[in-house]
Design a protein around this ligand. Structure first.
Ligand code: NDP
Length: 332
């Protein structure tokens, strides 16, 4: 069923907050995650908005996620921060740790945050854009569960392993890319399966290990990394940053620990903030703006993030899949 219903962003936020409270979150955790979900809907990133709520609810119901999480952040050095997410959703950890990360980069030029024991099922641009809004460059990545075949293989080993970077611009939205290192995010493949759309070539292999354009087949098989062996290397880097560096689990270990309730697995997140005011020279802002303008002057080019930002400036109503909305309301 592809019917859609128009709903105000405020209503989405209220509805999600209520659902999460009803399903085991305290008000603080519910509000943090509702904010993340609403931001995704606001930007038209529907694969990581309400669409993820049934998974979040499942992970609360199964007792996997702590809906009363109270993350703790400690400074290992003035620029290295570690956050114990207390087995909660990543949004709650972000709320606590990102302001501290930003302050450390403002003072010292660079800072790194490793989040451990969190459940990340969302887009990454909320955390990198938060840093860019403070005139910092933000970089973030997280691993998942095995869903992507490394270059040369037909079996899943890497997670869909998203990576995002946000670059600040004066009086403008930051330039942000946020992408799975799979050819397509799994959520997008699930939406294609739900809505009956075929996939472009090269997204994945079916159960039999052969290339397939059918999202249902690919969901039974594996996704492929973007750009062949190059994307595969970046996906490996994400595993190393989000698990090897943070001391949390690699995707294959996350799978071993997960109860497969349909929600996210526990894992780590690596976030870095860079302060161009300290690292670069005083002309960095104009220099980079000139670069963006030069880039944009090429026919056919747009900046990553601009599609979402355009959607954000739009009106307060969003179109939501009707079946999904009724499922969300059934959790009340
Ligand atoms: P897309 O392939 O849709 O987009 C990737 C990036 O490319 C975006 O920043 C997008 O900007 C930009 N882009 C797209 N088209 C163009 C273009 N023509 N010119 C310039 N830039 C362009 O994203 P994915 O499907 O790979 O990922 C979707 C989301 O899934 C991400 O937010 C990611 O974080 C999330 N995800 C989360 C996971 C998790 O475990 N938490 C796992 C995997 C993915 P724009 O947004 O403006 O279109």
């Amino acid at each position: 069923m592809n019917d859609v219903i128009k709903i105000k962003l405020d209503e989405i936020k209220m509805l999600v907050t209520e659902v999460l409270q009803k399903q085991g979150c305290d008000i603080h955790n519910a509000k943090a995650l509702a904010e993340t979900i609403t931001k995704a809907e606001e930007d038209g990133a529907s694969s990581h908005g309400l669409f993820r709520l049934p998974g979040y609810v499942a992970s609360l119901k199964s007792g996997k996620v702590n809906g009363h999480a109270s993350p703790k952040v400690k400074n290992i050095t003035p620029v290295i921060l570690q956050c114990d997410a207390d087995n909660g959703f990543a949004s709650t950890a972000h709320e606590k740790a990102l302001p501290m990360l930003a302050e450390a980069a403002k003072t010292n030029g660079i800072s790194v945050l490793s989040i451990k024991g969190c459940y990340h099922f969302a887009a990454l641009w909320p955390e990198t854009e938060y840093l860019a809004q403070q005139n910092l460059v933000g970089v973030a990545c997280t691993a998942f569960k095995p869903s992507v075949a490394p270059a040369g293989a037909k079996e899943a080993f890497f997670g869909t392993n998203p990576i995002s970077m946000a670059w600040p611009r004066k009086n403008n939205f930051p330039v942000v890319f946020d992408m799975a290192t799979a050819t397509m995010a799994k959520g997008e493949v699930m939406i294609a399966a739900r809505d009956g759309h075929m996939l472009p070539d090269g997204v994945g292999l079916g159960e039999n290990g052969e290339p397939s354009n059918d999202p249902k087949e690919v969901l039974k098989g594996v996704l492929l990394p973007f750009g062949g062996y190059k994307g595969s290397a970046i996906s490996m880097m994400v595993e190393l940053f989000a698990a090897g560096l943070t001391g949390d689990v690699f995707s294959y270990e996350a799978q071993e620990n997960d109860n497969n309730d349909g929600g996210p697995p526990s894992g780590g997140e690596f976030i870095m903030a860079l302060n161009p005011e300290i690292i670069g020279d005083s002309s960095w802002e104009k220099h980079c703006e000139d670069f963006f303008q030069k880039l944009l002057s090429i026919d056919g080019v747009r900046l990553p993030g601009s599609r979402r930002h355009k959607k954000r400036s739009n009106d307060e109503y969003r179109s939501v899949n009707a079946e999904l909305l009724s499922k969300v309301k059934s959790f009340l």
